[in-house]
Design a protein around this ligand. Structure first.
Ligand code: GLU
Length: 436
């Protein structure tokens, strides 16, 4: 957030609601540009392409809660169904002070493409509350979660829209969402959200699924481009749920994680960081930047780090054309949603670097969410090996489908993945036809 913009908590009621005042459509424009790039390859399905440019439903809600000090504070929440042609909307909920409706629209759009690329029977949705949870007590976070869930309850349901964790949300928040929804409908409905605790219908393997999927997808790609992961130097932006699991997988495979960045700062070690020690350090509540045995570098210097693989695992809109020019990595693996802009894509292509796109690379999370939803409906739960076996199979099968289009149509991997995904969505749209 720019230093001069006040935190959303302090916005006054007399200010314009932020969906009008802070309407920065940059991320949504990025999504639209990606759709423009795939449209020429859609053949007769082009007729339906505007479906992807029009989110199906958009809801903005007021989320008033009682603060610990007795004040009543208002927050703004969103839930968007981008597309439901192939199944119920699916996608996470994030808590972030910069969240905006247009950002959520783009994130929902990416979910539509992602669920289709990996061929899950879901559409795309997303939600957010514009809040910095680091400024709130656990009780305040619970009250925001419950009120937000009640406000969006007309949009969600196990056969309508299934939220999940995303940036700054977790299994406890999913448990509160599930409980609030269940209380309003009058029966325990575990399948309404995924990413829940194991005790409440959660799935084994869900916490690490996105990071693990990032690793599986990279493993599929590496031999195709002559990259040996066991000797690769890797830089990582983001050390949240996804970044941690990805770092662990690459480290176990023999790769050297040479730099990691989170909100507290950026650490670097040319020989590779001791990842188990870093994970233990952060688990003790200490700052990443205070990790001993690493050098601290400037935030912006992450982009100049000498590495083979760069894994952005934080937020969208990070690798612009300017940043792309500086990167040394020959492979960029999008563990975050939307980290490389279309202009960034162009520069990387010019430089001969490969981008493994988000809609494939980070799909492991929603794949295991799908397993969780199936297990909840069946009330029958699989062991961890079963989850991993199925996750690996879907990731590999999806990679192969995208790679085949990349080769046969001579398209970069993002456009190839979009072609696979958009064709599935628009074929379903075409077969369903227009109502009435
Ligand atoms: N938030 C994750 C994503 O962006 C997971 C969504 C889900 O499991 O529904 O893919």
């Amino acid at each position: 957030m720019p230093p001069d913009s006040p935190p959303s908590d302090r916005e006054r009621a007399s200010d314009l609601p932020s969906y009008l005042a802070n309407h920065d459509p940059a991320v949504w424009r990025m999504f639209l540009e990606q759709i423009d790039r795939v449209e020429p390859y859609l053949g007769p399905l082009q007729r339906w392409a505007d479906t992807l440019r029009r989110p199906r439903r958009i809801l903005t809600v007021d989320v008033p809660i009682l603060m610990d000090d007795g004040r009543v504070q208002h927050y703004e929440g969103y839930r968007v169904h981008h597309n439901t042609s192939r199944g119920p909307a699916k996608g996470g909920v994030r808590y972030h002070p910069d969240a905006s409706l247009t950002e959520v629209m783009a994130l929902a759009g990416w979910m539509t493409i992602k669920t289709a690329v990996v061929n899950l029977p879901f559409g795309g949705g997303k939600g957010a509350v514009r809040v910095d949870p680091a400024l709130l007590s656990p009780g305040e976070i619970e009250r925001i979660t419950r009120r937000y869930t009640a406000e969006i309850s007309l949009m969600i349901g196990p056969d309508k829209d299934i939220p999940a964790p995303d940036v700054n949300t977790n299994a406890q928040i999913m448990a509160w969402m599930m409980d609030t929804y269940s209380m309003t409908v009058g029966s325990l409905t575990t399948g309404v959200v995924t990413g829940k605790p194991l005790e409440l219908g959660g799935s084994l393997g869900r916490v690490d699924a996105t990071g693990r999927g990032v690793f599986i997808a990279t493993n599929c790609l590496a031999p195709k481009i002559g990259l040996d992961i066991s000797h690769a130097r890797i830089a990582l932006q983001g050390y949240g749920n996804v970044g941690k699991a990805a770092a662990r997988c690459f480290h176990q495979a023999g790769g050297a994680i040479v730099a990691v960045q989170d909100v507290t700062g950026t650490i670097h070690s040319g020989d590779g960081l001791d990842i188990p020690a870093l994970e233990a350090h952060v688990a003790q509540g200490r700052k990443l930047v205070d990790f001993p045995g690493a050098q601290t570098i400037q935030h912006d210097a992450l982009w100049d780090v000498d590495c083979d693989i760069l894994i952005p695992a934080a937020m969208e809109n990070q690798i612009t054309d300017k940043v792309a020019r500086r990167l040394k990595a020959r492979l960029i693996v999008e563990a975050a949603n939307g980290p490389v802009t279309p202009a960034g894509d162009d520069i990387l292509k010019e430089k001969g670097a490969v981008v493994l796109p988000d809609v494939l690379a980070n799909a492991g999370g929603v794949i295991v969410s799908y397993f969780e939803w199936v297990q909840d409906i069946a009330s029958y739960f699989w062991d961890e090996q079963e989850i991993d076996r199925r996750l690996t199979r879907i990731m590999e099968r999806s990679f192969d489908a995208v790679w085949a289009v990349h080769e046969s149509r001579k398209l970069d991997l993002r456009t190839a993945a979009y072609l696979v995904g958009c064709e599935r969505v628009l074929q379903a749209r075409n077969l369903r036809g227009l109502y009435p």
